[in-house]
Design a protein around this ligand. Structure first.
Ligand code: EPU
Length: 338
C-alpha cells in the first residue's frame, strides 16, 4: 500500500474541488485494512473512506487519512428460479453493477441506473430514484468494525434505513469499513413504472409492456437530460434533501401555488420537492462566480470549473436563506460537507 502526502483530491470527487489530503492511499485488498488502521492509530488521525466521491464536498485540506476504496468482486451466493442473491464488493462502481444485473435479466435496481458512486456508499445514503430505494433490495451489509477489526453483518433491520439515511451515516459514522453489500434481485421482476417521468416517457415511446432494459434506458435518458454529467461539469447530484413539512405549511403554499407538487408522508406531513422551492425562489440557473444552480434541475449546485469548496458553501447558504425567506422552510443538505 502506497501512502501519499499532500495529495490533490480534485479528481476523486465529482464536485471537482481542488483540496488536498494530508495523507492518501488506495485500498484494493481488504488485507491492507489492518495496515491502514495501524497507520491511523500511529498518526492519531481518523480515516475517511472515499468511494466514488459523488456525494461529498471538501471545503479545506483534509486532515483525516483519505482512503480510496477500490476492492472488487461480484459473487453469486444463492439462486433459484425466482431470485438471486449477490454479494458485491464496496469498491465496485454502482452503475457498472446495475448494467450487469440488467443485462442478466435480474430486476430490482434498474430504476437506480446511472447514479454516480460506488457500491459501498450506496447503503450509507440509501440511494434512491424513480420510486426505488436501495433498501428495497438489500439483504445485509458486511462491515469490519475498525476498533476491533471484527467482521459484522448488518441484517437489513439493523441498517435503520431512512430517506437518504442509515445507521452507517449516524451512530456508526467513522466506526466501520463497509466491505460488501448483499442484494436480492428478482428473475421475474415487477417493474416500478409509476414515477411521473418514467410513465410519461413510456407513453411517449409507445412502450406498453416494458422490460428491464427499457426501464434502464429511460432512466438513463431522463437523468442525462436533467442532471449535469459530473464528467463534464462538477456537481454532486441533489445538493439538498426534499423537505418534509407539516400540512399547515404546504396548505399556505398551495394558496399561492395550487400546482405545487407534494407527496404524502403521513396524515399531517407532506414532502415538497426542494428543486421546486428553489426554482420558485427565482434561483434556477442563478450563477455566482464559479458556482451556481443548474439550469435544468434546481436541486443541483454546480462547479463551473474553479469553484472552491468555501465558495460553494457560501452559495448554498444563500440558497437556503432565500428559500427560507420565501417559504419558511429550511432546506437540509444531502451532500456531506467536510
Ligand atoms: N422540480 C421543479 N424544478 C426543478 C426540479 C424539480 O419544479 O428544478 C419539480 C419537478 O417538476 C417535479 C418534482 O420537482 O414535480 C420532482 O422532481 P424530480 O423528479 O426531478 O426529482 P427531485 O425530487 O428533484 C429526487 C432525488 C433525485 C432522484 C429524483 C428521481 C432527492 C434529494 N433527490 O429529485 O436523487 O434522481 O428524485 O427520483 O431526493 C440525488 O439524490 O442526488 C438525486 C439526484
Amino acid at each position: 500500500m502506497e501512502l501519499r502526502e499532500n495529495y490533490s483530491l480534485k479528481n476523486y470527487t465529482t464536485f471537482k474541488v481542488d483540496c488536498r489530503a494530508e495523507y492518501f492511499c488506495e485500498l484494493s485488498d481488504i488485507d491492507e485494512l489492518t495496515e491502514v488502521v495501524q497507520l491511523s492509530k500511529s498518526l492519531k488521525r481518523p480515516i475517511l473512506f472515499l468511494g466514488g466521491g459523488s456525494n461529498i464536498l471538501f471545503t479545506k485540506d483534509v486532515e483525516q487519512i483519505v482512503v480510496k476504496v477500490n476492492n472488487r468482486g461480484i459473487e453469486i451466493l444463492h439462486e433459484d428460479e425466482e431470485s438471486i442473491e449477490i454479494e458485491v464488493a464496496s469498491g465496485e462502481d454502482w452503475d457498472t453493477f446495475v448494467e450487469y444485473t440488467v443485462s442478466n435479466g435480474w430486476g430490482g435496481i434498474e430504476n437506480l441506473s446511472l447514479i454516480p458512486g460506488s457500491v459501498g456508499a450506496a447503503p450509507i445514503q440509501n440511494i434512491g430514484a424513480y420510486g426505488v430505494e436501495l433498501k428495497d433490495v438489500v439483504v445485509s451489509v458486511n462491515a469490519i468494525l475498525l476498533d476491533s477489526m471484527v467482521n459484522k453483518v448488518f441484517e437489513i433491520d439493523e441498517c435503520i434505513f431512512g430517506y437518504r439515511d442509515s445507521f452507517f451515516k449516524n451512530e456508526l459514522k467513522n466506526k466501520l469499513f463497509i466491505r460488501s453489500v448483499n442484494l436480492k434481485l428478482s428473475k421475474n421482476p415487477i417493474l416500478k413504472t409509476e414515477y411521473g417521468s418514467i410513465k410519461e416517457e413510456l407513453n411517449r415511446r409507445g412502450i406498453k409492456s416494458p422490460n428491464l432494459k427499457d426501464i434502464r434506458n429511460i432512466v438513463c435518458d431522463i437523468r442525462k437530460n436533467k442532471l449535469p454529467d459530473p464528467k463534464v461539469i462538477g456537481n454532486a447530484g441533489s445538493f439538498f434533501k426534499n423537505p418534509v413539512v407539516v400540512k399547515s405549511i404546504s396548505e399556505k403554499i398551495l394558496l399561492e401555488y395550487p400546482e405545487v407538487p407534494t407527496y404524502r408522508i403521513s396524515d399531517n406531513e407532506v414532502k415538497i420537492p426542494a428543486g421546486w422551492l428553489i426554482e420558485k425562489s427565482g434561483l434556477k440557473g442563478k450563477r455566482s462566480g464559479e458556482t451556481g444552480i443548474h439550469n435544468d434541475q434546481a436541486l443541483v449546485i454546480v462547479n463551473y470549473g474553479n469553484a472552491s469548496g468555501e465558495e460553494i458553501v457560501k452559495f448554498k447558504d444563500f440558497v437556503k436563506q432565500t428559500v427560507y425567506e420565501k417559504f419558511n422552510i429550511l432546506l437540509q443538505e444531502e451532500v456531506n460537507i467536510f
